[in-house]
Design a protein around this ligand. Structure first.
Ligand code: PBG
Length: 304
């Protein structure tokens, strides 16, 4: 093989990530020709309705996955946190790159922390996970749904349409976007999305040549962490639209996993913490999901 075609969305972040994978591959395999195949997805096209309304898991992925399945591209690059827990038949998440900064940033034009904000501050986010964790600490805040790419969301802050936004540090750092005094939202108050900050490469199952070329990109530690985090999502039958947060961290071959499911208004919040060997990453995720179920997770999910 001498060429790999990379299916990509066309947002600046998606292009950055795809080009990053292309660069890594060309460093490892200098003779390889790498070609971007830019595609547009339904999720990118429909911006005036909420994701919940247009529905469907993996809305941003479908067109890329179709391109892999019908042979228009060989690999697709995604933000792992946007990828549903279950892969479509015939496709696999072949490699995960080393995790970047996983925190969420609180961004506000005057550099005020959530505590310093005026009451009833308007906060832009369309993520139930961010909304619920924020409302839990600040029930008086008003949540304003905003969608669109990272630049669009920052724009709403600049025009004063909202008083603050929450965005993933990873996306802003990758794009090198200048932002007003970012304030990290961290555990225990605030947990990231499962897989946040992780780029994943998807390809056809059993495509041995491609898999062989990709293998050098894989980060084993990141793989174990996201296996644990994503096992929680899978066991709860969920996707990235659920108000579910999870973070696995590894120290000396021990994996510590925190998972949290909140009601969208933040009034109910279930927490699970488990710890075990790195080799048991997936089982630890399932264990955390069982703890959440025991505490009433299905009741929260059935009301969404
Ligand atoms: N849902 C959009 C999305 N998907 C991945 C990232 C950031 C990069 C990452 O977390 O890997 C973002 C933007 C954001 O949530 O602020």
């Amino acid at each position: 093989m001498n060429r790999i075609r990379i299916a990509t969305r066309q947002s600046r972040l998606a292009l950055w990530q795809s080009e990053h994978v292309a660069e890594q591959l060309s460093q490892a395999h200098p003779d390889l020709a790498l070609e971007l195949v830019p595609l547009s997805t339904r999720g990118d096209e429909i911006l005036d309705r909420s994701l919940a309304e247009i529905g469907g898991k993996g809305l941003f992925l479908k067109e890329l996955e179709a391109a892999l399945l019908d042979g228009r591209a060989d690999i697709a690059v995604h933000s792992l946190k946007d990828v549903p827990a279950e892969s479509p038949p015939g496709l696999v998440l072949s490699v995960v790159l080393p995790r970047a900064n996983w925190v969420d940033w609180w961004l506000n034009a005057d550099g005020l922390s959530p505590e310093q904000m005026p009451e009833r501050a308007r906060v832009g986010t369309s993520s139930l996970r961010r909304q619920s964790q924020l409302l839990r600490m600040h029930p008086e805040f008003e949540i304003v749904p905003i969608r669109g790419n990272v630049q669009t969301r920052l724009g709403k802050l600049e025009t004063g349409e909202v008083d603050a936004v929450i965005l993933a540090a990873a996306g802003l750092e990758r794009l090198g976007l200048k932002v007003p005094t970012p304030l990290p939202l961290r555990p225990p108050e605030f947990l990231p999305a499962p897989g946040q900050g992780v780029i994943v490469v998807q390809c056809r199952e059993g495509d041995a040549e491609i898999l062989e070329h990709l293998a050098c990109l894989e980060c084993a530690e990141t793989r174990a962490r996201v296996e644990a985090e994503r096992a929680v999502v899978a066991a709860l039958g969920g996707d990235c639209r659920m108000p579910l947060a999870a973070l696995a961290e590894i120290e000396c071959d021990r994996l510590r996993l925190q998972a949290r499911l909140c009601s969208p208004d933040g009034r109910e919040c279930l927490d699970a913490r488990v710890e075990g060997s790195v080799a048991a990453a997936r089982a630890l995720g399932e264990e955390a999901a069982e703890l959440l179920k025991g505490a009433g997770a299905m009741r929260i999910l059935s009301r969404l």
